[in-house]
Ligand binder design. Sequence first.
Ligand SMILES: COc1cccc(COC(=O)c2cn[nH]c2)c1
Length: 247
Amino acid sequence: MRIDVVSIFPEYLAPLELSLIGKARQDGILDLNVHDLREFTTDKHRSVDDTPYGGGAGMVMKAEPWAQALSTVAAARAGDAARKPVLIVPSPAGERFTQALAHELAGEEQLVFACGRYEGIDERVIEWAEEHFTVRPMSLGDYVLNGGEVAVLAMTEAIVRLLPGVVGNPESLVEESHSDGLLEYPVYTKPSSWRDREVPPVLLSGNHGKIAQWRRHQQYRRTAQRRPDLLAEFDAGNLPRADRTAL
Ligand SMILES: COc1cccc(COC(=O)c2cn[nH]c2)c1
């Protein structure tokens, strides 16, 4: 997979050189390229923003530097020329990024991230970009950050860890929160007794059927307590009768 990130703070993306993502780059699984938007300005002050038409506080990112940067990135195409790369614009006004979306995007050959700052990017860039990209404004959650870089770090990690060869044991990708529509069950490790708190005995029983049942029950309870919205989505009909009483 090729990922391109355009930002006025390229150093914000330095953590992507670390750990599993860094290793994926060394192993050639991920080709990550970070571009400084200011390299695509032409004026002496290398300006990337200006005051908003219609008034209001804050500044808006100018269109031309973005068009220059994104054209350069589009030209450095990865994979099949027919398929437009996906342009992800982290934004409070985007579609919600989910684990399901992470899986979908992990199947793409090229992802481009545009890191907005200030009050946002001139809307005409989004319209213009449709010609070269499949444009997807995307939100991490209902809150506002100062820019898209932090969201790119999170989305990149969520997507790249799903690529074959990135995490040591692919098994660990199967049973994780949201993979089956429910939150993950609680986990424990040695010692079995810690500050007078015991590990649930079923987990020490060696009875794998009972352990699986206990874990499923815990997933439902946790989801009902912490994310009832998810449970509404998850077909409660899947719920074994014994577990329904727990909700
Ligand atoms: C594209 O324009 C803007 C403007 C302002 C901030 C940002 C950064 O993204 C977020 O704030 C965000 C992403 N998910 N949830 C919040 C982008």
